[in-house]
Design a protein around this ligand. Sequence first.
Ligand SMILES: [Fe+2]
Ligand SMILES: [Fe+2]
Length: 150
Amino acid sequence: MLGLERQHRVLEELLARHQVALIERRSADATRLFGEYAAGLTRHIEFEERHLLPRCDLLEGPRWSDTVYRAEHRRIEGLMLGTAERLRRAGPAQISSLMLIALLDAERTFKHPVEHHHTREEQPSFAELRHARAPIGAARAERTASGTDS
Ligand SMILES: [Fe+2]
Ligand SMILES: [Fe+2]
């Protein structure tokens, strides 16, 4: 599994490639790339919620509650579904300039909250979760997932 920051960069790169395809009016590529992005972001959120967020209570001092991150994930998922639906409605036909502007404007309302969320997760307090003592079940699942369990 890639590190958290690397996962964020890979996702951002996929979203950028999707938007380049949109601008170049390559509708099928744009739709495919957004699909890859959405699948990757969904896996990423599942990873965080299964392996990192259960450790929030183990850190000392005032921290963001895991419920804040989970609420942001639900919001991001909702915005992502809205973006996928707008792309689906645009269809495979040639995208007009007006439609392109509307799609990019709509994607900005999705892209900015995700960037803000990633930035907060890259702060030291969140990064500490990877090193916090994991709940037994989560630690075992992570070792199994990484192939280090014996
Ligand atoms: Fe997250
Ligand atoms: Fe993340």
